[in-house]
Design a protein around this ligand. Structure first.
Ligand SMILES: [Ca+2]
Ligand SMILES: [Ca+2]
Length: 294
């Protein structure tokens, strides 16, 4: 019986590895982060350590407002997500109105004073140190309405984040409702900044105009770090994890109770070759671990 099981597992694994051997893409999760009222609030996305997460900042002004200057910090939980650079959508209409006066900068690269200016005024020092921001300033080359798009539904930038080794933790990418500094402060809305002189975009505070508002009350994504599928606990999902599951399923390897929890990828309370296949698909980017968590 054992010999048959081993034979079957070898056949299965040979088949799986030949199927997947040409796929080498790193897993990347692409999440849409749109500043309009239709996005999902507090959607939880499960991610593995070292995974790359892409988040886009989009803007939707489908009601036809005049699109004036934009100055908005997008915050992220530093202990869970390590930000890479944000790539502007250079084919976007808004970018092409604003490219002379556009900057996307991580708050880490700002002066302490400039970074401090991004935080909501009521944040504690603990909140400030826990969250960093990608600060976006996009100012039309001219403030005349004839040089700006009046309706927009597009991404402004896409940023990559690497998931830190923070299994069990949650991290957010978000625009706080409190992040509004205007005398007509309305929860859930961001007012676009009015261009004043534009010479120092990375450190200047702008006066807020009333030309347009965007509802950001649902502009939040929550990432939950999991170690599901990382059976050997080396912080990577690889074919080694798949092989380990396969060996366990034919009594050629032992797994402790914690490893068994990580190995039951399809969550059916059994560790077998189906989980090995899942591990392979996650390791090659065909599936995201999030698929197995719902
Ligand atoms: Ca692993
Ligand atoms: Ca299973």
């Amino acid at each position: 019986m054992k010999i048959i099981k081993i034979f079957v597992s070898i056949v299965i694994s040979a088949l799986l590895f030949s199927l997947l051997s040409n796929v080498s893409a790193a897993p990347i999760y692409t999440a849409s982060f749109i500043l309009d009222t239709d996005s999902d609030k507090n959607e939880i996305i499960y991610v593995n350590v070292n995974e790359t997460v892409k988040v886009s900042l989009g803007v939707n002004t489908s009601e036809g407002y005049y699109a004036g200057p934009l100055a908005v910090p997008v915050f992220y939980t530093d202990s869970v997500l390590e930000a890479g650079s944000a790539n502007l959508n250079i084919s976007g209409r808004f970018y092409n109105c604003c490219k002379t006066y556009t900057s996307v900068v991580n708050s880490e690269k700002l002066t302490a004073e400039a970074a401090e200016a991004l935080y909501p005024s009521d944040w504690s020092s603990q909140q400030k140190s826990a969250n960093k921001a990608i600060y976006t300033v996009m100012i039309p080359n001219k403030t005349d309405s004839d040089n700006t798009p009046d309706k927009l539904d597009e991404n402004l930038w896409t940023a990559e984040f690497k998931v830190r080794d923070a299994v069990g933790s949650q991290g957010n990418v978000f625009i706080p409702n409190e992040c509004i500094r205007t005398e007509k402060n309305i929860d859930g809305s961001v007012y676009l900044a009015r261009y004043s002189d534009g010479s120092d975009l990375s450190s200047k505070r702008f006066d807020y105009g009333m030309d347009m508002e965007l509802d950001v009350s649902k502009a939040e994504i929550t990432f939950q770090v999991t170690d599901l599928a990382d059976v050997d606990n080396d912080k990577l999902i690889s074919s080694a994890d798949a092989l380990l599951i396969l060996k366990y399923s034919v009594d050629l390897a032992e797994l402790d109770s914690d490893a068994l929890i990580r190995a039951d990828i399809n969550q059916d309370n059994s560790v077998d070759s189906a989980d090995a296949f899942c591990a392979l698909k996650v390791s090659t980017g065909i599936d995201k671990i999030n698929k197995y968590m719902h």
